[in-house]
Design a protein around this ligand. Sequence first.
Ligand code: HSE
Length: 406
Amino acid sequence: MIQIAVLGYGTVGSGVVEVLNTNKDTIAKKAGEEIQVKYVLDLRDFPGDPIQEKVVHDFEIIVNDPTIRVVAEVMGGVEPAYTFTKRALLAGKSVCTSNKELVARHGAELLKIAKENHVNYLFEASCGGGIPIIRPLNSSLTGDQIDEITGILNGTTNYILTKMIQEGSEFDEALKEAQEKGYAERNPEADVEGHDACRKIAILSSLAFGKQVNFEDVYTEGITKISASDIKYAKAMDDSIKLLASSKRVGDDVYAMVSPVLVGKEDPLFSVNGVFNAIFVHGNMLGDAMFYGSGAGKLPTASAVVGDIVDEAKSGSRNVMASWSEEKLDLSDIKTSRKKFFVRVYGELEKELEKIEAIFGPVEPIVLEELAGEFGFVTEEMTEAEFEEKERKYGTLISRIRIRNL
Ligand code: HSE
């Protein structure tokens, strides 16, 4: 029997206990032995809950108990999760986590400590919820050089954008609905400003490229400025708008960014709607692959944590995770990255087109009858720096959205 401790009895923690109870027998078969929750660490008590007798308030009980082989850290946040994880690894216990903030900030160090102590630090649940993506990058796609990872990595923003596209609603309205349905937090900043997706792409990129990608270095733009009118243009062009988190090798450069992007019907990410997540991967031998599924929520995330616990049980404490170096990967300035842009400007097409083409070069104009006093256009491919320069020359734009180049 494998005895485990669950740190944090919130949404994911209670999900881990539920998954282990619901699928007890099949999990035991796959793990080779029964997995039993011995402790649940939380500041609170849960009278009436069957786990109450397992609740402890002191981490020392867990770290000093030699019968605990695996710790599921599902508390979130950097502290005390960082200290607890480090101490558990140093005490010879493997740690499985859903904590993207911690993995993004201290992943390289914690992987190194795990390796030195012949245990594992596993974090499948940190990116894409229940979608297997860490394990494929770690152990399946190892024959490849990964050239690109582009994902819809945040369920909340994908739900909001999908609502805006399907119902024509404004951002605030769609956000309110997401909050009422429990998809968005009361303080939705981390999701809607792109910080959550930024941490996830930093983790995936570190793993894929083998060096620490600091999330602070990833250019990040959220979806708060996307309006119902932007969506009208997207629909007129048969496109969709998605919050994409992407890292890509282009020659000797590696670019990483999070931003709303227009994606066309031919793009595999086009049809990823609602709270679903998807991660598109391009390998130099593999070509394209896409991983799709439930990217957030109690049970999908808990399922990924339990999958890691089972992996740890099967590995017999052999270190199975590829680590990435603590050396920082120098990302290239996105100002040198090339793409087309969709732009909205005030005025009438006939009057403005000459000036626009003199500055931006040849454009494809789009006029929507329902939006008087403005029009849109798509530029040719150019660098971000060139676009900024042209924007300065032109003057005030209503909005601009990047276009994904496949
Ligand atoms: N807030 C996150 C999301 C939860 O909406 O995707 C999963 O990490």
